[in-house]
Ligand binder design. Structure first.
Ligand code: PMP
Length: 577
């Protein structure tokens, strides 16, 4: 059992308040908070031993080099690498994976070869393989997932063949929390003659990981998710794979001898650490490893599982909430609780929680293929770490109870004359003023147009929100306007207001209102005499760039329609992609 109160005292940021509430940080899967020991290691480096490593012939440089290399030894022991020489310091997990794609992939893959990934990979473990496939003519294939969020291992056997060069798989899914059976996958991949890369971004910070026991040829992870600073990550390479790798980035540090026209290279791992590394970051990552080892990775994993079980039990009581992924156990960490909620969009949920000091992640979590597989545009994710408590989980759940009440179906109420809503039902956040909610629940402009119309689509890739505008015009006037699509309360309400305001107006009036809306969101003065009406209810989003995109979605789509060479003035009943 962890002494969580003692641990919390080590994390200065946890005593912050946020929007008038104690900060409840539930986004450690994105990045973890840092204990005082890690912050102190950064400061101590700069205050007492700052010098470049591996170069200076003076005491200070030796001290810096010794500490830098000591961190390599600590990291190697932490993940069971047979030797510190197997540890390459990079910027983050993403860079580690890209390094393998370049240094190993370019040399070993050719046209017709295959790379196997899975349907639950983070974009970091997909895009480098897409790029490698483009460079070499290789092909990327994907193992699917089962309905309960596990990998379809039988599918792996179907895909593995003599052309498979690499299987790239995450150890723990950053959306589902699934712990993939990497050792078994590696066994099957090796039997087929393929190498194995494990994305350990979500496992190394949360559970004991032994790279040798996993049988991984490459293991990539990020320091910032395991209490370390940003800007430092690790690629662990099985030593015999170094022989199959070419240098990637060239420059100082990674060479043995250089002439004007050629060079020879240092031994690995330094061969893959070109230029001055993030010395302070690496040393502070060493301090993070010390901290985690002192706590014990078994205890960290236990704590995640316990909190995850509490969270699943309590969150499943929230009306309309549906949890994704398997329950905590041998094949699922408890550290990740991702969910959807009936009528409430993830952006709206995250924003309502933020109003209560609770930080969660909303969106596609850099897993668009997984979202597509699940038939979702976005989800909300709470993620836990060693400093989180059961009472924070309860704070999350009771805030979600309130969100569920806010977004429960309700009759349309004319805002001006309707009864004042009960205080408990309305979040104190300005963005969710009743007028926005009413537009969201009962949007205007949905009715189909009788005939053909000019059609424009807009999409916000961050959250998958979509809008389609259909317009008909007669003599410079918008005679018909339909706004359809799906999204958060802000984007739907904004589209609904657009429909109400512009139907029957001239194209010139539409342009004027568009200028006003953009000015409002950018904090610029409004055009003279422009009455913004209901739209003023949206102005609170001005300070939140992500939400400004939501609010502008319908309007930027309108702008494209108005600015297009074949603008609605010229065409009637024409359809655009
Ligand atoms: N893989 C997984 C599973 C992740 O969760 C993340 C971070 N969200 C990454 C890779 C990429 O990590 P980074 O951005 O630190 O490179």
């Amino acid at each position: 059992m962890l002494d969580v109160e003692r641990i919390r005292a080590d994390f200065p940021i946890l005593s912050r308040s946020m929007n008038g509430h104690p900060l409840v940080y539930l986004d450690s899967a994105a990045t973890s908070q840092k204990p005082r020991a890690v912050i102190d290691a950064l400061v101590r480096y700069y205050e007492t031993i700052n010098a470049n490593v591996h170069r200076g012939v003076y005491r200070l440089a030796e001290e810096a080099t010794r500490e830098y290399e000591a961190a390599r030894t600590k990291v190697a022991a932490f993940v069971g690498a047979p030797s510190p020489m197997g540890v390459v310091f990079v910027r983050n997990a993403t860079e580690g994976i890209n390094l393998v794609a370049r240094a190993w992939g370019d040399r070993n893959l050719r046209e017709g070869d295959e790379i196997i990934v899975t349907a639950m990979e983070h974009h970091s473990n997909l895009v480098p393989w897409h790029l490698l496939a483009r460079r070499t003519g290789a092909r990327v294939r994907a193992v699917g997932i089962t309905e309960d969020g596990r990998l379809d291992l039988a599918g792996l056997d179907v895909l593995l063949n003599e052309r498979t060069r690499l299987v790239a798989v995450s150890h723990v899914s950053n959306v589902l929390g699934t712990i993939n059976p990497v050792a078994e996958i590696a066994r099957r991949a090796h039997a087929a003659g393929a190498a194995v890369l494990v994305d350990g971004a979500q496992s190394v910070p949360h559970m004991p990981v032994d790279v040798a026991a996993l049988g991984a040829d490459f293991l990539a992870f990020s320091g910032h998710k395991m209490l370390g600073p940003t800007g430092v990550g690790v690629l662990v390479v099985r030593p015999d794979r170094y022989e199959e790798m070419d240098p990637f980035l060239g420059g100082g540090e990674m060479i043995r001898e250089v002439t004007l026209t050629s060079s020879t290279y240092a031994d690995p791992p330094w061969r893959f650490e070109a230029g001055t590394p993030n010395i302070a970051g690496v040393i502070a990552l060493g301090a993070a490893v010390d901290y985690l080892r002192a706590v014990g990775m078994d205890a960290v994993a236990d704590h995640d599982r316990t909190l995850g079980a509490v969270a699943r039990r309590r969150l499943s009581e929230v009306h309309g909430l549906r949890l994704l992924g398997p329950s905590p156990g041998p094949d699922a960490t408890g550290g990740i609780a991702t969910f959807t909620m009936g009528g409430a969009h993830p952006h709206d949920i995250a924003q309502a929680l933020d109003g209560r000091g609770i930080a969660v992640r909303a969106g596609h979590h850099c897993c668009q293929p997984l979202m597509a597989r699940l038939g979702l545009a976005a989800t909300t994710r709470a993620s836990f770490y060693l400093y989180n408590t059961a009472s924070e989980v309860e704070a999350l759940a009771s805030a979600l109870d309130e969100v569920a009440r806010t977004y429960a179906p309700r009759p349309a109420v004319p805002v001006a004359s309707g009864p004042a809503p009960a205080a408990a039902e309305v979040p104190d956040d300005d963005l969710f003023r009743e007028v926005v909610l009413d537009h969201y629940m009962h949007p205007s402009g949905r009715e189909a147009l009788p005939g053909p119309a000019v059609e424009w689509h807009g999409r916000n890739p961050l959250c998958g929100d979509e809008v389609t505008l259909r317009l008909t015009t007669e003599e410079g006037r918008i005679s018909g306007l339909q706004v359809v699509g799906h999204g958060c309360s802000i984007s739907v309400a904004s589209g609904s207001m657009l429909a109400e305001r512009l139907k029957g107006r001239t194209l010139e009036e539409a342009r004027r209102l568009l200028r006003g809306v953009k000015a409002m969101f950018h904090g610029d003065p409004l055009p003279d005499d422009l009455d913004m009406g209901d739209l003023t209810a949206l102005q609170g989003v001005r300070d939140l760039p992500v939400r400004v995109k939501c609010a502008l979605l319908a309007w930027t789509t309108l702008e494209e329609a108005l600015d297009a060479p074949s603008s609605p003035e010229d065409h009637h009943g024409h359809s655009h992609p």
